[in-house]
Ligand binder design. Structure first.
Ligand code: NAD
Length: 315
């Protein structure tokens, strides 16, 4: 049994990670100030091996008991959150990552940074391999998130190279599943919410921009495999099956049996045109690849979350 500290453990991905680590027999310390997460995501956990600490990682924080793995997921992640919390997002990526790396150093634990495909910006290389350095607008509204993650990657490599901390970096591509918030603004929860209510499905732009969607169970399996490997450089973990947003909307209509029509809205600033991970590295070093396709993932999301949770409170 290892002790795993999960920052952001009450969020969407973090809470699935806590569940899986507990299921594998580990002890889990979840550090989360509930800024964008929720107690509802972890309240089902009854294990004595689980502890939630309500701490803001922007401030220095310490944990007395020995920690073997640090999964650093805390950060606003949805555009709706980081556009509302621009300074917080930059501070979590910088101070929060400093404090969490310092904790891993003190405990001589293995540290995993949850980075993002957004470090590639609006990519000029397609699909995106880890060797591509990206094309990011630092001063646009999304820069607070993209650059916080790029800084966090630089910081992680500095702690590794100069301080000898055992670090890993996962570049997470769009992930979906139960516990996504219906109003968090991301495509899948938005489309599901609209389809389940037979309301118009709002696609940005002409819907020709592409995304690749990974089911949460696959993503979490990839994160743990990387944390338990000895690899230090960034690794893409995502599903390489690429869809246009219009195809996604049509698939959601089909899976839900909805009578919604599809309508088009203005494209947000700096919205990337394409997004598809090259996962050759993950396949080679981790033997990892996704197993759940989009339709199956959507079915599981609806079944496990329930239609009520996906529709959420009316706005
Ligand atoms: P989320 O918003 O559901 O979870 C983030 C969690 O971090 C929340 O529970 C929030 O309360 C917590 N948090 C934020 N600021 C904090 C602070 N100062 N101190 C303590 N806790 C704090 O987001 P998510 O989708 O689960 O994303 C988790 C991580 O994965 C993020 O780092 C995100 O950048 C990364 N990621 C996610 C996706 C995705 O598709 N979901 C894609 C790429 C990268």
């Amino acid at each position: 049994m290892a002790t795993c500290l999960v920052t952001g453990g009450a969020g969407f991905l973090g809470s699935h990670l806590c569940d899986e680590l507990l299921a594998r027999g580990h002890r889990v310390i979840c550090v989360d100030n509930l800024e964008t997460g929720s107690l509802a995501n972890i309240e089902h956990i009854r294990s004595e091996r689980f502890l939630h600490l309500n701490l803001d990682i922007i401030e220095p924080y310490f944990v007395e008991e020995p920690v073997d793995f640090v999964y650093h997921l805390a950060s606003p992640a949805s555009p709706i959150d980081y556009l509302r919390l621009p300074l917080h997002t930059l501070k979590v990526g910088s101070y929060g990552t400093h404090h969490t790396l310092g904790l891993a150093k003190k405990h001589r634990g293995r540290f995993l940074l949850a980075s993002t495909s957004e470090v590639y910006g609006d990519p000029q290389v397609h699909p995106q391999p880890e060797t591509y350095w990206g094309h990011v607008n630092p001063i646009g509204p999304r820069g607070v998130y993209d650059e916080a993650k790029r800084y966090a990657e630089a910081l992680t490599m500095a702690y590794h190279r100069q301080q000898g901390v055992d670090t890993a970096i996962v570049r997470i591509f769009n992930t979906f599943g139960p516990k996504m918030r219906p109003h968090d603004g991301r495509a899948i929860p938005t489309f599901l919410r609209q389809a389940l209510q037979d309301r118009p499905i709002t696609v940005f732009g002409d819907g020709s921009q592409t995304r690749s969607f990974c089911y949460v169970d696959d993503e979490i399996r990839g994160l743990i495999a990387l944390a338990e490997s000895g690899y230090h450089l960034p690794v893409n973990i995502g599903n390489p099956n690429e869809f246009t947003l219009l195809e996604l909307a049509e698939t959601v209509v089909e899976v839900t049996g909805s009578s919604s029509e599809i309508v088009f809205e203005a494209l947000p600033t700096d919205d990337p045109q394409v997004r598809q991970p090259d996962i050759s590295l993950a396949r080679a070093i981790l033997g990892w690849e996704p197993t759940v396709d989009l339709r199956e993932g959507l079915r599981r999301t609806i079944e496990q979350a329930g239609e009520e949770a996906l529709v959420g409170a009316a706005r």
